[in-house]
Write a protein that binds this ligand. Structure first.
Ligand code: CU
Length: 434
């Protein structure tokens, strides 16, 4: 008789072993994913790299973006300023910026947007009909809410196209979530200590009232014989027994109670809050920044992407319509920056607060460094080579049906004034080493 017992205990042991094995594997997997996460911290960002390159290189080009702080306490404010150019060569597949909303992108509600402006105008609402080929300036005042290290971006949401983000910066929020408050004074002088929970208790009470009434009405019918007995009664022609006088009385009373509560609640709210401003849903209009007085015309003659060398080569005919000689300072696209280190002021081109993971170490190579004189037209070849093209997953233009690139080319004169020109056009991949 001992055999079955033995067998039984063996199979039990096997199950225990299996559970232990599974737990070990799970722990190992958790440990590994944690390690990978630590090793590639940007993997914790929110998938900005998975956005199609034509969206990132040919729609909104952010530039001059600054974050005034990289570490804030809960409740402490920080400011995010910058500019963007809406590219003239906007992709056909993307909706035009006819309805646009400005905000910041964060992994969940980790920060609070306190103020936002587009070209100095409050940006509480969406803006309509932004102009292609023009520049806009934004300012976002944010406030730390949930402690942690969060990747924050400026964000332009375009109706029909989705979110288009600017360069993301890691912002450390320190302190305790419990300390977070959002104090406001309403237009009629009422002080609200914490907007986070303002009115939620009252809303929950109302939920409770309606849930109780609904539950009562449901139970009132559920306690009686339900479907089959009623169906049989119906078949026997006894509709009269289905709804009694008591049912009708209760129904009428409930109806009166619901109307009384609704109307009474409305009257009470009207009396307690005589001034109510509804959520503003209309769009605003804003003029773009004025066009700069001078410009450099850039006509792309040839563009190719060298796949093994991870380098973009562009040959362009450039004409300086300005009054000063200018040098090429920078090529920027999809928040990546390729700086020509030999240009005047190149060392100051990228501010200390700009995310370093978006700066190409390879810089920008030029076929000739001679400044472009006023009125001069010359063919110049520039090369933006860096592994960032791959890291940032910007090379799927190789497989796009609309293989085009876009970006901004910055020029600088000897006094440090910058001129900016949109560049772009069809691009061809070269798969073999040159
Ligand atoms: Cu991010």
């Amino acid at each position: 008789m001992s055999k079955p017992v033995l067998e039984h205990s063996t199979s039990r042991g096997k199950i225990v072993q299996l559970i232990q094995k599974t737990m070990k594997m799970l722990l190992l997997w958790l440990g590994l994913t944690g390690l990978i996460g630590i090793a590639t911290e940007s993997a914790w960002a929110h998938g900005e790299r998975s956005q199609e390159p034509y969206l990132r290189t040919r729609t909104v080009q952010y530039y001059d973006v600054h974050y005034d702080k990289q570490s804030v306490k809960v409740n402490e404010e920080f400011t995010l300023i910058g500019r963007f150019r809406l590219m003239e060569d906007w992709p056909d597949a993307v909706s035009l910026p006819d309805t646009v909303f400005l905000s910041a992108y964060s992994p969940g509600p980790m920060i609070t947007r306190v103020e936002s402006y587009l070209n100095g105008m409050p940006a509480r609402q969406s803006f309509s009909k932004l102009e292609l080929g023009r520049d806009y300036e934004f300012k976002l005042v944010m406030k730390g809410r949930v402690p942690g290290r969060h990747h924050i971006h400026p964000l332009l949401s375009i109706h029909g196209s989705g979110p288009l983000v600017g360069p993301g910066q890691w912002i450390e929020v320190t302190g305790a979530k419990g300390d977070y408050v959002q104090k406001v004074t309403t237009m009629n002088g009422i002080e609200v200590d914490n907007l986070e929970f303002y009115g939620t208790a009252r809303a929950l009470k109302w939920y409770a009232v309606w849930l109780a009434l609904a539950a009562f009405w449901l139970l009132f019918w559920l306690v009686r014989p339900l479907l089959l007995p009623r169906w049989i009664a119906l078949n026997k022609g006894r509709e009269d027994v289905l709804i009694s006088n008591r049912d009708i009385t209760v129904g009428v009373i409930l109806g009166v109670v619901v109307v009384a509560i609704s109307f009474g609640g409305y009257m009470y709210a009207k009396h307690e809050y005589p001034y109510v401003v509804p959520l503003q849903a209309g769009t605003n209009k804003v003029d773009p920044l004025p066009k700069p007085a001078h410009s450099v015309d850039v006509k792309v003659l040839k563009a190719s992407y060298d796949v093994p060398g991870r380098a973009m080569h562009v040959t362009a005919r450039m004409t300086n319509h300005g009054t000063e000689a200018v040098s090429i300072l920078e090529f920027a696209t999809a928040n990546l920056r390729f700086v020509n280190t030999q240009a005047p002021g190149a060392d100051k081109a990228i501010s200390a607060d700009y995310p370093r993971d978006l700066v190409a170490r390879g810089g920008l190579g030029l076929s000739d460094q001679k400044p472009l004189m006023p009125g001069e037209t010359r063919e110049i070849k520039f090369e933006a080579s860096d592994a960032l093209w791959e890291v940032e997953r910007l090379v799927s233009f190789l497989t796009d049906v609309d293989s085009k690139f876009g970006g901004l080319l910055f020029f600088v004169d000897k006094s440090g004034n910058r001129l900016m020109t949109e560049v772009g056009g069809p691009i061809l991949p070269t798969f073999t080493a040159l």
